[in-house]
Design a protein around this ligand. Structure first.
Ligand SMILES: Nc1nc2c(ncn2[C@@H]2O[C@H](COP(=O)(O)OP(=O)(O)OP(=O)(O)O)[C@@H](O)[C@H]2O)c(=O)[nH]1
Ligand SMILES: [K+]
Ligand SMILES: [Mg+2]
Length: 439
């Protein structure tokens, strides 16, 4: 399956670079190469050095390494080529203009290459999402998780569940066909029940692990909270090793929450600096304080900071664990109530604080690397499967074989949505919209 258009885009990053890669995909690829190199298109799967010309004026635009992949053995499954050109902005735009001038060629939309790969059966939807995550991965743990997904960790499980449920459905339907032969009917339907019961337990097991995996994608969140002037923004800057937040001796300096993503030995942790908590007269500060409390209640961990000169009542943030951190340890000894003491000024204790946060992040994210359900979209679909299977079991237990078969069909359809084997149009735009041009 190919669409008529041939698309092209810069696949490497923006800005000056030694080399830029332009991708071309579609039925007009070979003709486009022919026009650019003024001769036969280079043979597939062989890197060939060629001069690129403007197809109309004949002007030489650049020397390029040309790679051609013939359908269906390419990323998109279509005829495809890569032009490795020199990365200057002028070279890039000259080659792009030359491509635009060719009939049937147009610039690709965001995610369009990957969309074609999906439509041509080169990857399933969960692999598409894995690819998006791999491009965005910032830490080792995220990279490994995304790669597992791209390589089909979820798709393989889903395919296995689908096969078994399809068998169960066939058995259930056989049971319905043989209702006049009670033995056959009974044996078939209890075999079917055993299958969908086992599948349901396996899916529930995966769902139980999924919240950790989703967390690994999004990162562990540690919110820095405390009374005004506790040194929250100073600590954030020390953790980020740059001046992200404004520091001043005036209480009430920070209003908006400021997030910094960190890589703590391969684990993704987001630190959030917030407005100092107090009764505020100023409505803007009051809004900042309301946001601070919301952030803290949604966090994985609150770092509760108190300076030696401040008297502060502790606050509770629901079930979120709190680490009590005494700040400005260069000014005073650590009070007994604190778990840790730090000085952002001298750097004292910062390493121990980072280690404490890392340990907690590790505990929360442990095992996330093996989980295969990494997104809300997967979780929602699998929850639907579980409830359809529970209904099927209940129906079957009271002899409503037809209802059980209907629920099995619903379960199969919901499973199909994870990998995109059924009615996917409505989710396609959302997924491919996350990609940038050239992917
Ligand atoms: N001696 C010393 N002073 C510090 C330390 N950390 C922060 N300060 C000072 O404490 C004051 C307040 O620091 P901030 O980081 O702005 O405090 P904050 O908690 O973000 O304050 P608000 O945003 O207003 O709630 C500033 O004058 C900092 O220079 C420290 O480790 N030692
Ligand atoms: K301040
Ligand atoms: Mg601050």
């Amino acid at each position: 399956m190919t669409s008529g258009d041939t698309i092209f885009a810069v696949a490497s990053g923006f800005g000056r670079a030694g080399i830029a890669v332009i991708r071309i995909s579609g039925p007009g690829t070979e003709a486009a190469l022919h026009a650019l190199v003024r001769g036969p298109a280079p043979p597939p799967r062989r890197a060939s050095l060629r001069r690129l010309h403007h197809p109309v004026t004949g002007e030489v635009l650049d020397q390029a390494l040309v790679l051609r992949m013939a359908a269906p053995g390419s990323f998109t499954g279509e005829d495809q080529a890569e032009l490795h050109i020199h990365g200057g902005l002028a070279v890039r735009s000259a080659v792009l203009r030359a491509l635009s001038s060719l009939p049937g060629l147009r610039a690709a939309e965001p995610g369009e290459f990957t969309r074609r790969a999906f439509l041509n059966g080169r990857m399933d939807l969960s692999a598409v999402e894995g690819l998006a995550d791999l491009i965005d991965a910032e830490t080792e743990a995220q990279r490994r998780q995304a790669l597992r997904q791209l390589e089909g960790a979820l798709a393989n499980k889903v395919d296995d569940w689908r096969d078994r449920l399809a068998d169960a459905l066939a058995l259930a339907e056989a049971g319905l066909d043989f209702t006049d032969e009670a033995d056959v009917s009974h044996a078939a339907s209890s075999e079917a029940a055993a299958i969908f019961h086992a599948v349901r337990l396996e899916i529930e097991d995966e769902l139980a692990r999924s919240s950790r995996a989703e967390r690994l994608r999004e990162g562990f969140v540690a919110v820095i909270a405390g009374p005004p002037n506790a040194g929250k923004s100073t600590l954030l800057n020390a953790l980020a090793r740059r001046e992200v937040a404004i520091v001043s001796p005036h209480p009430g300096t920070t209003r908006d929450a400021i997030e910094v993503r960190c890589d703590l030995d391969g684990l993704p942790v987001t630190f959030v600096d917030t407005a100092g908590l107090r009764e505020a007269a100023d409505p803007v500060e009051g809004e900042g304080i309301a946001r601070a409390r919301r952030h803290a209640r949604g966090a994985d961990l609150v770092l509760w900071l108190v300076a030696p000169d401040a008297v502060a009542d502790g606050e509770s943030f629901g079930p979120v664990p709190v680490l009590n951190v005494a700040t400005k340890s260069d000014l005073a000894d650590r009070p007994p109530s604190a778990d840790l003491a730090v000085s952002a000024r001298t750097g004292d204790g910062i390493g121990r604080l980072v280690e404490a946060v890392r340990e907690r992040a590790e505990a929360v994210l442990a095992g996330a690397g093996d989980a295969v359900v990494t997104r809300e979209r997967h979780r929602k679909a699998l929850e639907e499967v579980v409830s359809a299977l529970s209904r099927a079991e209940a129906a079957q237990a009271v002899g409503h074989e037809e209802l059980a078969a209907e629920d099995l069909r619903l379960a199969l359809r919901a499973l199909g949505r994870v990998t995109g084997r059924v009615d996917v149009e409505e989710i396609l735009d959302r997924i491919f919209g996350q990609f940038c041009i050239g992917k």
